[in-house]
Design a protein around this ligand. Sequence first.
Ligand SMILES: [Mg+2]
Length: 250
Amino acid sequence: MSHSAKRIDAVIFDLDDTILDWAGLNGNFGTVNQMHAGYLYDYLATADFPLPPKDDFLQIFRNTVIEGWRVAKQTWAGVRFERVVVESLTAVNLDPSQLDMDELMQAYRWGPMPGVVPFADAEATLLALRQQGYKIGLVTNAMLPMWMRDIELAHYGLLDYFDARITSGDTGYMKPHPAIYWRAMGLLNTTPDRSVFVGDRPENDIAGANEVGMVSVLMSPDHLDIPLNGVEPHYTITRLEQLLPILAGI
Ligand SMILES: [Mg+2]
């Protein structure tokens, strides 16, 4: 079958626990985030801004993140990292307009999570998809801007496989809100009937993909056991390479 005769022309992936395997994470996500918030504090302290004790700043930053996500989930708006930073600075009586936001974002020193690696077959699967002519996208519910998550993808050698990549922070919507899927499909110049979405969260990844009319594939690796809660993926896989025969059969 020639490529033009295929029904599907784009495969769009979630990132965490879909492309990247979090099973081996050293420590926990909160601790790592606190470490990066600590870098932010150190940067501000070095620049001689008046600051509360570090633990107080870290607590305020953490609470701002938690509250941001709580509110975002009410409407599926995206949490924006830049806004979290601005709110945290304001809470400690700093004037964000006096600060260089780009430098602050750099000072957070985001990078790969310790112990997190791509699933063993991730690169081979992406390569096969590319060789078969599929457009490849990535949509992640992350407050960080994509350029920060790109640091991880580049570290793992996966960045160049993705034709379009967006975070919910950049987009202003998070999965399962339809807008974030439409944004990704627009960037890939495709439509729901020609797209497959692959993700590990039934109520985010799969529910949203089903709602917009994409083919949904639940990634259900061994270390996860997430209840479906009534969400029905069209296909379920436990390893990424299982996508290839599914795509061949659509
Ligand atoms: Mg995920």
